[in-house]
Write a protein that binds this ligand. Structure first.
Ligand code: OOG
Ligand code: NI
Length: 455
C-alpha cells in the first residue's frame, strides 16, 4: 500500500517553499520579515502575559509562518484549475469578495484550510482574484485581452499530472508531494519577460493597470506574502527607517483591547525591470509585502456594526496621516464594545466554549445559562480568530499599489453566480463556518456538564 502524506503537510511545505522563492525574488520582503520578527520579539518581551497566552495556545512556534499571499488570474479555466491545485493542499474557496464596488475590475475568494486542526497546522491562504473582462468598456481591449490569455497555460504539465494523480489516489506520497510543490511553484513565479510588446502592454495599462498585470505575463505571479505581526502600529512606524515605503494608512479597525477582524498594512509595490516582446525594456509594478494582525471573528450583527462605524468615519478620515486616521477611527469605534464579555453578551463576536476542569468534575450542572456557567468557572469562552478578508481593506491594498482610486465605471456589479460558475464550485460562506464552530463547541462543553444542547 502507498502511504500518503496529509494535505496539510503539503500546504506547509508549499507555503515555506513559496516564502523562500519570494524572499529571493523580492529582497525587500526579506527585510520586512526581519522587521516583523524584531517587533514580535520585542512585543513578547514587553508583554509576558501575551507570551504566556500564545505559548498556551501553541502559537509561538508558528508565529513566523506566512499567513497569506495573493494572485490574480484571467480566465475561468485558470480559476477552476487553481481550485483543484489548492484542494491538493487542503485549501478550499471561502467567501466571495466583490472588488468592483471599489473600482477594481475583479472578484475574489480565499482558498484556505477550514477545520481547527488544519488551521492550527498551517493557516496559509491565498486571496485569489479573477479579472472581469466583461466590465471593460472597450470591446477592442476586451477582445485583445481575451486572445492573449487564450494563448497561455499557467500550469506545468507536471503540475497537471500530479493534481490528477492526487484526485485519483486521494492524496500524494512523500516524493510526489515534493514534486507537486516544485511544479506548482512554477505557476506563482515571477517572469521578467512579458508575453506582449510594449505597445500592447501600454494600451492595456491605460485601460486599467490591473488588466496589464493579469494579461501580459506568463503566469499569475504571487504579488505579496503576509506574515503575522503582534504590533502592526509599531511595524508601520518602523518601515521607513528600514527602507520601506509603507502605504498611507493601516486598513481595518483601530487598535483595541479586544482586537476584532483584521488589520493590514504593506510596503508599496516596487518598479521592476521587464523585457517586452521585440527586446524592448520597460518596467512593471506589481509586487509588494504586507503584514497582518488578526482579532476575533464577528457575527453578522457585529459585522454590520463594524461596517457602519467604518462607513461613518470614512469622510472624516479621508486624506489623514496614519496617526490621525487611527485617532479618528478609534473615536468612531467608541461605540463598539471592547471587552470579551460584552462582545459575547451582545452577540457581536464568535467564541469557542470549553468545559473547565472544575466543570468536568462538578457533576451535572443545575444552571443552564451560558453566562452563568462562565461566571461559575464551569466553562470558558475563547475568541475565535477571524480567518478571512475584508473587501474595503482589500480594495485599499489594491489601490495603494495601483496608484490612485479605482474607476467608478465598475461599481455595483457583484456577481457571485458568475464567479462560482468560473470556479466550477460554490464558495463556502465564512459566517456559517464560524457559527458552526461556536455551536459545536458549546454543545460539547454543555454535554460534558450533563446539559442537553440549547436550540
Ligand atoms: C489582493 C489584495 C487583497 C488582502 O490582504 O486584503 C489582499 C491583490 O492585490 O491581488 O491581499
Ligand atoms: Ni493581502
Amino acid at each position: 500500500m502507498t502511504t500518503l502524506v496529509s494535505h496539510h503537510e503539503i500546504r506547509d511545505r508549499f507555503s515555506k517553499a513559496m516564502s523562500a522563492m519570494y524572499q529571493a525574488e523580492v529582497p525587500q520582503y526579506e527585510t520586512l520579515l526581519d522587521l516583523v520578527a524584531e517587533v514580535n520579539r520585542e512585543t513578547l518581551e514587553r508583554d509576558p502575559e501575551l507570551a504566556a497566552r500564545l505559548k498556551a495556545h501553541d502559537e509561538l512556534n508558528r508565529l513566523g509562518v506566512e499567513r497569506h499571499g495573493a494572485i490574480r488570474v484571467g480566465t475561468p479555466a485558470e480559476l477552476t484549475m487553481l481550485r483543484r491545485l489548492f484542494a491538493v493542499m487542503g485549501m478550499y474557496p471561502v467567501g466571495y469578495y466583490d472588488l468592483s464596488e471599489a473600482g477594481v475590475p475583479v472578484h475574489s475568494t480565499a482558498f484556505r484550510p477550514i477545520d481547527d486542526a488544519a488551521l492550527a497546522r498551517n493557516p496559509f491562504r491565498v486571496f485569489t482574484s479573477l479579472l472581469r473582462l466583461e466590465l471593460i468598456e472597450s470591446a477592442e481591449m476586451r477582445e485583445r485581452a481575451t486572445d492573449i490569455l487564450a494563448e497561455r497555460d499557467i500550469f506545468t504539465p507536471g503540475a497537471r499530472e500530479l493534481i490528477e494523480l492526487s484526485e485519483c489516489q486521494g492524496g500524494l506520497t512523500d516524493e510526489q508531494a515534493d514534486r507537486f510543490v516544485a511544479e506548482s511553484l512554477e505557476t506563482f513565479r515571477w517572469h521578467q519577460d512579458a508575453t506582449v510588446d510594449l505597445e500592447t502592454y501600454e494600451a492595456l495599462h491605460a485601460e486599467h493597470r490591473l488588466i496589464a498585470d493579469v494579461v501580459c505575463f506568463h503566469g499569475p505571479h504571487i504579488n505579496h506574502l503576509t506574515p503575522r505581526t503582534l504590533d502592526i502600529d509599531e511595524a508601520q512606524r518602523r518601515m521607513p527607517a528600514a527602507g520601506m515605503n509603507p502605504k498611507e494608512v493601516i486598513e481595518g479597525p483601530p487598535r483595541r483591547d479586544c482586537p476584532i477582524l483584521l488589520r493590514q498594512t504593506s510596503f508599496k509595490a516596487l518598479e521592476e525591470p521587464t523585457r517586452f516582446a521585440g527586446e524592448r525594456q520597460g518596467t512593471h509594478t506589481a509586487r509588494f509585502g504586507e503584514i497582518e494582525q488578526r482579532g476575533v471573528a464577528l457575527t453578522a450583527k457585529g459585522r454590520a456594526l463594524y461596517d457602519r462605524l467604518l462607513a461613518e468615519s470614512r469622510q472624516r478620515t479621508a486624506g489623514l496621516t496614519n496617526e490621525e486616521h487611527q485617532r479618528v477611527l478609534a473615536e468612531a469605534f467608541d461605540d463598539f464594545p471592547d471587552t470579551e464579555t460584552e462582545l459575547r453578551r451582545q452577540g457581536l463576536a464568535f467564541f469557542e466554549y470549553r468545559p473547565t476542569e472544575a466543570g468536568c468534575e462538578a457533576g451535572p450542572a443545575t444552571e443552564t445559562e451560558v453566562e452563568q456557567l462562565i461566571e461559575q468557572g464551569l466553562i470558558t469562552a475563547r475568541p475565535i480568530t477571524y480567518e478571512d478578508f475584508l473587501p474595503v481593506s482589500a480594495a485599499g491594498i489594491f489601490q495603494s499599489n495601483l496608484g490612485g482610486n479605482g474607476s467608478e465605471a465598475y461599481t455595483g456589479h457583484a456577481n457571485r453566480e458568475a464567479f462560482e460558475a468560473a470556479l466550477g464550485a460554490p464558495v463556502t460562506d465564512e459566517l456559517t463556518l464560524y457559527a458552526e464552530r461556536e455551536r459545536s463547541s458549546l454543545d460539547a462543553a454543555l454535554a460534558s456538564l450533563g446539559i442537553p444542547p440549547v436550540r
